[in-house]
Design a protein around this ligand. Structure first.
Ligand SMILES: Cc1cc2nc3c(=O)[nH]c(=O)nc-3n(C[C@H](O)[C@H](O)[C@H](O)COP(=O)(O)O)c2cc1C
Length: 307
């Protein structure tokens, strides 16, 4: 029998059993997947974006299917950080093997700082992912992620209060994502994750109306994968902190591609809509792929693209 593959990776001081993580907004608060996924077989999961106060999100339709992807404009509907800590965290702590990464969102810098303060007091969270990149809210979100000065200020302010590693999720809706990653790194980010969704528009030609009530939404899924892989590679070359890659991963080979481009770990989002077990299937598939290709430790793949 071939040797067992070492699937562990270390991300900003946190050791994960697998580099495959469920992406924010596509895995609820984690508890919904308790009977669907074996948590010990995946690296962890990122919660839906948590804000200071509960948010109702945008009007429907908020999700549509496109060629090889989907457009969403959920508008960060969530129960609010306090309800998450009180109602979901106790359950998550009892869930064997669950590694929780809390996704943080705010309309202002003070909002983000406050969300992190509340999370700091909750035991059982491994890391924070700061969403500086949501395209679906009228202010906050993408505004932070597309203005280098604001991004630097936001990362500095949140890093100052965070008692756990801070990963900053970058927007692909910029001219140079590598430059934004450098800003995040200089401001103290422990890791960066990318990409969030691409700002997009789909029109119903019969009614001539936008297919999403919010007019624009964020494109995700296989349609964005080659752009996301290119961006991960650019960012990996530009910074020293670890890079977490995502965008259109639906099978193990897609994850391998992101790792070769420079990612230390990957997140899987839209694929969970087609198959709720996708994250586990991809994690197990990645282990098998490594075994079949003589890769003894998955971390050997990071940045190993041949040129
Ligand atoms: C329905 C939906 C909701 C999302 N909500 C969030 C969110 O709350 N916070 C966040 O940082 N990213 C959010 N995202 C972005 C994903 O985490 C991920 O960055 C993006 O979809 C690209 O990966 P994918 O192609 O594997 O889906 C959301 C994506 C989708 C499809």
């Amino acid at each position: 029998m071939s040797k067992a593959v070492d699937m562990s990776v270390t991300l900003a001081g946190v050791t994960l059993r697998s580099p495959v993580i469920a992406a924010s907004g596509t895995f609820g608060y984690g508890v919904e997947f308790e009977d669907i996924i074996a948590m010990e077989k995946i690296g962890g999961f990122v919660t839906k974006g948590l804000s200071r106060e509960p948010m109702a999100g945008n009007q429907a339709p908020r999700i549509i299917e496109t060629a090889a992807g989907m457009i969403n404009a959920i508008g960060l509907q969530n129960m609010g950080v306090r309800a998450f800590v009180n109602e979901k965290m106790p359950h998550l702590q009892r869930m064997a093997g669950a590694v929780v990464i809390a996704n943080v969102f705010g309309f202002t810098m003070e909002d983000c700082v406050e969300v992190i303060r509340v999370l700091n007091d909750a035991p059982g969270i491994a890391m924070y992912e700061l969403n500086a990149s949501c395209p679906n809210t009228s202010h906050g979100g993408m505004v932070f992620g597309t203005d280098p000065e604001l991004l630097g200020d936001l990362v500095e302010a949140t890093k100052k209060v965070a008692t756990r590693p801070l990963m900053v999720k970058l927007s692909p809706n910029v001219t140079s994502i590598a430059a934004m990653a450098r800003v995040a790194e200089a401001a103290g980010a422990d890791a960066v994750s990318l990409v969030n969704t691409f700002l997009s528009l789909a029109i119903d030609v019969e009614t001539r109306r936008p297919r999403i009530a919010n007019v624009t939404g964020g494109l995700s899924g296989p349609a964005i994968k080659p752009i996301a892989v290119r961006m991960v590679h650019e960012v990996w070359r530009a910074v020293k902190i670890p890079v977490v890659g995502m965008g259109g991963i639906v099978r193990a080979e897609d994850a391998v591609e992101f790792l070769l481009a420079g990612a230390t770990a990957v997140e899987v989002g839209t694929a969970s809509y087609a198959d709720p077990r996708a994250v586990e299937v991809i994690s197990t598939g990645l282990r098998r792929w490594c075994g079949a290709h003589g890769v003894e430790a998955v971390r050997e793949l990071t940045g190993a693209m041949a040129r």
